[in-house]
Design a protein around this ligand. Structure first.
Ligand code: GLP
Length: 261
């Protein structure tokens, strides 16, 4: 743990927050939490996330693997989501992202890697099959980013929390936020397949990473706001073991609600 990291706990909700001075520190701290879970389980099962926020975390995990500290040969992974329709070969797909930001650089076995199929002929069937695979395992840790509107995975603000893997219509704000990864906004798929909030909440431990001031309001609403499906990440307040690793810009907490630990 870096001396510069501020550790806070919201005692009423049992959520821990590590506030890091910069993205590099955040990435090391988050990778450290994941490494701890990997080292304390013989057959670790990890839920993984995409987006720009966890890129540094994956870079750090690769470094720990190269240094001989981590071994991925017994690790199984399940990714949160995938665009629909998009083939796994498409360089904007989350399949491609995971291969090029983690899987190609560690000794994970291909059959142990699971990413929802964004190209299935029957997406309802694909959702049910993915959820069935998830329900056979206990995820030791689920890594999350957070959308500017409080979405986790691709669970957009809604009238109720989605229980299971499902097909979602992306909101305009998510399409606009993610357009930076595509040639043009018209290329951003309008739908996705995503684990439900219920699927995420079954993980034993949840780790959320967020950086930059564009995430400050979503982080605050998730941690301190009302628990509501209008802010999907607010469901995490009901989970017994949640850690947020965020940078100072993403931190806009009401200091009076938090104490150091
Ligand atoms: C996408 C992903 C989310 C991710 C979010 C934020 O919508 N489906 O899992 O958390 O983007 O991405 P970024 O980290 O790039 O801000």
């Amino acid at each position: 743990m870096s001396a510069n990291v501020k550790k806070l706990i919201n005692q009423g909700k049992n959520i821990k927050v590590f506030v890091c001075p910069d993205y590099e520190t955040l990435s090391c701290e988050a990778a450290g939490v994941i490494a701890g879970v990997m080292l304390s389980n013989d057959f670790p099962v990890l839920g993984l996330a995409t987006g720009s926020s966890p890129v540094g975390t994956y870079r750090e995990l690769i470094r720990l693997y190269e240094d001989g500290i981590l071994d991925f040969s017994r690790t199984t992974t399940f990714n949160l989501d995938e665009y629909y329709p998009l083939s796994p070969e498409n360089d904007q797909s989350y399949h491609y992202f995971m291969d090029h930001n983690l899987f190609h650089f560690v000794n994970i076995s291909k059959p142990a890697v699971h990413v929802p199929d964004g190209n299935a002929p029957d997406m309802k069937k694909a959702s049910l099959e993915y959820e069935a695979m998830l329900s056979e395992r206990v995820m030791h840790l689920q890594l999350l980013g957070i959308g500017g509107n409080g979405h986790i995975g691709f669970n957009e603000p809604a009238e109720s929390f989605a229980k299971a893997t499902h097909v979602v219509d992306l909101t305009q704000s998510t399409i606009e936020a993610n357009a930076r990864f595509f040639a043009s906004i018209d290329d951003v798929p309008k739908q996705a397949i995503s684990m439900g909030v219920g699927s995420i909440m079954r993980a034993k431990k949840i780790l959320l990473v967020a950086n930059g001031k564009a995430k400050a309001q979503a982080v605050k609403a998730a941690l301190e706001g009302e628990i509501t499906p209008k802010v999907p990440a607010s469901a995490l307040q009901m989970h017994p073991d949640v850690t947020f690793v965020i940078d100072e810009e993403a931190c806009a907490l009401d200091e009076s609600l938090w104490t150091a630990f």
